[in-house]
Structure formats: C-alpha cells, structure tokens
Design a protein around this ligand. Structure first.
Ligand code: TTP
Ligand code: MG
Length: 364
C-alpha cells in the first residue's frame, strides 16, 4: 500500500522573520521588495496570516501592499512590518526541516524551498503514517519554532491537495487502509473541490473551464477524455486523470545541485572599483580552493550577487558552453558580471555596494 505525505511550511519566509525578531511577533508582516513608502517596485514574496487579513498575498505589487497597510492604519489597526528576503537564511532553515524529516522517513523529495513529499508506505497503515507526521510536526515546532501543514493520501497529488485544505498547522488524512474505501474517500474529497485547487490548474485554465460551465472537480469529471484532449491537448489528458485522483509518480530523493560560494560584507559601503575587484579576485581564489578540496574538478555556472547599501540585492549568473576549472577563468567571468554594476547598465543611480558574493554551480 502506498502512503504519501506532503508537508508545506506555513507562511514560510514571514514565519522565519517573525521567529527571529521577537518584537515583530503577532504583527502583520510582509517579506518582499522595499516598499519605499508606496513608491517601491517589485512584489510581495509572502505575507503572514495577520497581513493576509489586510488582503495582502504573494505576488501582489509591494506598492499595493503598502497601500493596504496604510488603510489598515487609518482604521486603527497595526501597520504592517516590511522585511526584505534573506534567501540564504531560508535555505538554511529548509535544510534543517529536511534533516528532521529524514530522522523519521527514509525517502523524502524536496519539491521547493518550503515543501516536501515523504514516502510513508513503510509505516504500513494510515494511522501509523499520521503518527509519524505528528512526530515530525512536533520536532519542527520544538527545534525550529515553526509550523507546517501536512496532507496524507494514497499518492502525491492527493497529499498535496490535502496539505492545503487546513492551513496553518493542519494535518489532513485522505485515505484508508482498505483499498476500496481509500479510493472512494479520495473521490469524494476531490469532487467537492474547486477546479483551481488541482495543482496545475491556474487562472487561465480556470477561466477556460468556467466558460464550459465547469466550476467544481465534479463538473470536470463529466468531460470525456476525448473532449478534454480536443480542447487542451496533452494537458487535457493530465487533467482527466488528476480529476480522478490518479497519480503514480514516485517520491524521488533529489540530490541537490551542489554549489560552492562565498560572500563578504564590506566594512563600509563603497563603489571603489579597485577595492571591489580586489575582494572579488580573492573570493574567486577561495571558491576554487574549496571546490577542489570538496572533490569537484570543474564548474559551468558562475553567479554573482551584489547587495546595495539599501539592501536591494541582485544576482547575475552565466553558464559556460564548456566547463572551466581555474581561478583565472572564474575571475574573468565574475568580472564580466561585475562590470555593469560600476555603470548605468546595472547601477544607474551610482548606488554604493554593501556586499558581494560569488558562487560556482553545475559542478562536475
Ligand atoms: P508557499 O508555500 O506558496 O507560501 P507560504 O509558505 O508563504 O504560505 P502558506 O502558509 O500558504 O504555505 O510558498 C513558500 C515560500 O515561497 C513563501 O514563504 C515565499 C516564497 N514565494 C515567493 O517568493 N513568491 C511567490 O509568489 C510564492 C507563492 C511564494
Ligand atoms: Mg508554504
């Protein structure tokens, strides 16, 4: 019997920031671009649940989020806290979460920075699988002071949809030890959902289906395989099976693409090319040294990160046609990525630089 769980962290980036800065706890908090008092460009990465009450959500323009927060203030509610993302920190936390899951489950698949699938078939029953998930949830709360939501089902598709139905801090089981009951449960569960809750059905497909009078998964199941293929091609075929909860894709351990990098915050913000290039050169040598010590011979991708005084951060990367192995090659490529930051190509208002980072990826 296959038993799969999907675990997704609650308001991930925002929850990490709230955890790390006690005075922000309980306040509406947004992780995203600098709002610059409503003039900022860029978008919201995520908002905590308090900020979602103001109508703020992922991908909303940050200027809108600022506006919503100002309106809340006028109503006498707390203004939102705006924080810029710290991807390295979230990646570290993500790593810790995966480590916790691995203590309990032999096979996990990390699907994004804040979600993973766990193959719980070894546990033998839905009851046991739920117990494992409770233990993992508790360990994540105890060790990382964060909450997550988990869905359990007979495959990845059902588990993923289930994890999203009770957020935050939920545990939703859609399945049963007896196969026939399990299939029936999954069908009933799916039929009453909105089509949009099926992974892959985004706003465009949703509109096209609604034009055909389809709102719920139940309605979608009335379309034949031929009809769906005719309207949507291969994607129509996928939808046909998804609406029936059919998915036999395995949970596969992803070996993370290795990368090696260094970064350095300067003692003072600067735009002095001599100083910056000097530091960049030294960092390239260190990175190549570490790459060789870790047993890698060559790299193909070079990524340069530049953070300005105002914390705005840009990353530029280049992938070579064929792999390179020397510090000189890395320096040359890093310099090519760096030069535009000294002029108006990447730095039109001559902002001072606070930090640079260099990283090699696609190691062989
Ligand atoms: P999600 O799991 O989609 O969102 P979430 O964890 O913030 O909230 P939920 O409780 O609903 O799961 O995404 C995980 C992280 O990915 C999120 O914290 C920030 C980032 N993200 C973006 O940067 N941009 C986006 O548009 C989305 C959807 C997520
Ligand atoms: Mg999440």
């Amino acid at each position: 019997m296959r038993i799969i769980a999907h675990l997704d962290m609650d308001a991930f980036f925002a929850a990490v920031e709230e955890r790390d800065t006690p005075r922000w706890r309980g306040l509406p908090l947004i992780v995203g671009a600098d709002p610059q008092e409503g003039r900022g460009r860029g978008v919201v990465s995520t908002a905590n649940y308090k900020a979602r009450e103001y109508g703020i959500h992922s991908a909303l323009p940050i200027s809108k989020a600022w506006q919503f927060s100002q309106w809340a203030k006028q109503r006498g509610e707390p203004e939102a806290i705006f924080v810029e993302p710290d991807m390295e920190k979230y990646a570290r936390v993500s790593e810790e979460i995966a480590k916790i899951a691995r203590e309990f489950v032999p096979t996990i698949e990390r699907a994004s920075i804040d979600e993973m699938y766990l193959d719980l078939s070894f546990s033998g029953s839905y009851g046991k699988a739920a117990e494992f998930c409770q233990k993992i949830k508790k360990e994540i709360t105890d060790k990382e002071k964060l909450t997550c939501s988990v869905g359990i089902g007979p495959n990845k598709l059902i588990a993923k949809i289930a994890s999203d139905t009770q957020k935050p801090n939920g545990l939703t089981v859609v399945g049963a030890d007896e196969e026939k009951t399990c299939t029936e449960l999954a069908e009933v569960f799916l039929e009453s959902l909105f089509i949009r809750q099926i992974p892959g059905i985004g706003p465009k497909t949703e509109i096209r289906l609604q034009e055909l009078g389809i709102f719920l998964v139940r309605d979608l199941k009335k379309l034949s395989l031929e009809k769906l293929k005719e309207k949507f091609g291969k994607w129509g075929e996928d939808m046909y099976y998804k609406a029936r909860g059919i998915d036999d894709s395995p949970v596969v351990e992803e070996y993370e693409a290795k990368s090696i990098g260094e970064q350095e915050t300067f003692p003072q913000n600067t735009l002095d090319p001599n100083f910056i290039i000097g530091r960049l050169t030294a960092m390239c040598e260190n990175v190549i040294g570490r790459m060789k010590r870790d047993g890698f011979k060559e790299f193909r991708t070079i990524a340069l990160t530049v953070r300005f005084g105002g914390f705005e951060t840009k990353t530029r990367a280049h992938t070579l046609k064929s792999p390179a192995d020397s510090a000189d090659a890395l320096k040359k490529e890093a310099l090519k990525l760096m030069m535009p930051f000294f002029d108006k190509r990447e730095n039109p208002s001559n902002k001072l630089i606070r930090l640079i980072g260099v990283r090699v990826e696609k190691l062989e």
